[in-house]
Design a protein around this ligand. Structure first.
Ligand SMILES: C=C(O[C@H]1C=CC=C(C(=O)O)[C@@H]1O)C(=O)O
Ligand SMILES: [Mg+2]
Length: 464
């Protein structure tokens, strides 16, 4: 059998093959190489014809780590309700025999995906493909680092008895196809309708929750709702990503395909970033609109920074995140006052929290922090019960941790707000808001309309 492009990596691949033959187990072979710069979105689009349904995309606000994945060397489909530990165990066990050939400091085997918001909530049909956790190890992953350097990681799971040469050749052929594919224009589809589900009923829920807060049953709860968008044809994630990248560069932009469904969004809210012993979390809660003029925008920002209702909503998040991180970090810096974070449609109160840690895995932090009161409430248990009872929908992965994790336990997770689920000719878009004692149902409803705008626009629609 002829071996294509034998030069890069074949020797280390042979090590993986012989490991699989000897151990009787499947072995991951992961090879990372530096390549010429390429636009990650172009790489994502190039993956459509061969890898539609298994593509992934991630970009952080500073573009320190941009990943585009095509194909799945392995899918971690977590059904266990104890989803963070389950993923951690499966990932570590999977890596035990891995042969990792990586001269670069970037790339290497990375899994990307997300978790369910609430494992106790009954699952609805639109979320069938995602279960309690869904992560992909891409077969081909492009990494672009903060200096604009590009790397390609190829991941192959080799099983005993397979023909090593044909596995290798197939990977090389697919790699050439991905890197050399000409850009095509995506035929866009039209929005036929946008349906809100009983907005008046949702407002009544807010009013009844405010009463329960007045009765001291709990301090804060985040209630969310969804809208359904109908298209005249199947909506592709590529075109949505492109729009999000143009409009929401201050946010984390993500896309996780699972067959015909795709969870996609642009969230401003970091849950946790871990890089060796350094960790960073952010508290984001409390919102106001952007102004039409610079003066009006500054006035609104000033109003937000001094508004007791919003400051209270925010302070609850800072309190919980600081407390959770105290146990996991040995140096914690928490600024006393929030500052403003401005996105295209909305401004928020923002407090970054930094620390040092000796914990091995970012998943320990995810487990401790989720759900923060920016999307759950406080006390947590009571708020989760209320969300389960009051919301007539399954949040699925909305408001839950999404992100990436590498072989040494470093990575970054955001909270998947400002997001939606593409599902063939339909999309479900989600938004919620923090309900506290001074909340007013109509204002909270208006706040969700503002929060829905980026995703509605990205799928080609408008909402008032
Ligand atoms: C729950 C959402 O936003 C959260 C994050 C920032 C500000 C929020 C607020 O002011 O209510 C929410 O806590 C959402 O966008 O769906
Ligand atoms: Mg709010």
């Amino acid at each position: 059998m002829r071996i294509l492009h034998q030069s890069q990596g074949f020797t280390t691949f042979e090590q993986a093959v012989s490991k699989a033959e000897k151990s009787n187990r499947s072995v991951l072979y992961s090879k990372t190489m530096k390549i010429d710069a390429i636009d990650p979105l172009q790489f994502y689009e190039a993956g459509y014809s061969i890898f539609h349904g298994t593509r992934t995309f991630w970009q952080d606000p500073k573009s320190e780590a941009v990943f585009a994945g095509a194909g799945a060397a392995r899918t971690f489909n977590i059904e266990n309700k104890n989803r963070f530990d389950a993923l951690s165990n499966q990932w570590n066990a999977f890596l035990k025999d891995a042969v990792i050939d990586n001269e670069a400091s970037d790339g290497g085997p990375v899994i990307l995906g997300g978790f369910s918001f609430d494992p106790e909530k009954d699952k609805s049909h639109e979320w069938t493909s995602f279960k309690q956790g869904y992560f992909q190890l891409p077969a081909f992953m492009l990494t672009v680092n903060q200096y604009g350097h590009a790397f390609l990681t190829m991941n192959i799971v080799f099983n005993k008895g397979e023909n090593a040469v044909s596995v290798w050749n197939r990977m090389q052929e697919q790699k050439e196809a991905l890197l050399n594919k000409a850009v095509t224009t995506i035929q866009d589809v039209n929005v036929v309708s946008i349906k809100e589900y009983e907005p008046e009923g949702w407002k009544s829920s807010i009013t009844s929750v405010v009463k329960r807060i007045d009765n001291k049953e709990l301090e804060k709860v985040v209630l969310a709702r969804k809208v359904k968008v109908q298209f005249d044809d199947k909506k592709r994630s590529d075109s949505v990503l492109e729009k999000l990248r143009d409009d929401q560069s201050e946010s984390f932009i993500f896309s996780f395909e699972a067959g015909d469904s795709c969870f996609i969004g642009a969230t401003p809210e970091r849950l946790i970033k871990k890089n060796h012993n350094k960790v960073l979390s952010t508290c984001l809660a409390g919102s106001i609109a952007r102004g039409n003029t610079m003066k009006e925008d500054q006035q609104l920002g000033h109003e937000l920074l001094n508004d007791q209702k919003n400051l209270g909503e925010h302070e609850i998040v800072v309190r919980m995140i600081s407390k959770s991180l105290e146990d996991l970090c040995h140096q914690l810096t928490v600024p006393k006052q929030p500052v403003l974070m401005k996105m295209r449609d909305i401004q928020h109160l923002y407090t970054p929290v930094e620390g040092k840690t000796d914990r091995a895995s970012i998943l320990e932090f995810v487990k401790e922090l989720h759900p923060t009161p920016a999307l759950g409430g406080t006390p947590t248990h009571k708020a989760m019960e209320m969300i389960r009872d009051e919301e007539e929908m399954d949040r699925g992965f909305y408001a839950a941790p999404v992100g990436w994790l590498n072989a040494v336990g470093d990575g970054e997770f955001a909270v998947a707000i400002r997001s939606g689920l593409l599902s063939g000719e339909k999309a479900y878009l989600y938004a919620g808001c923090g309900v506290v004692k001074d909340s007013d149902a109509e204002s909270e409803y208006q706040e969700t309309l503002i929060k829905l705008r980026p995703m509605v626009r990205a799928v080609g629609g408008t909402i008032s």
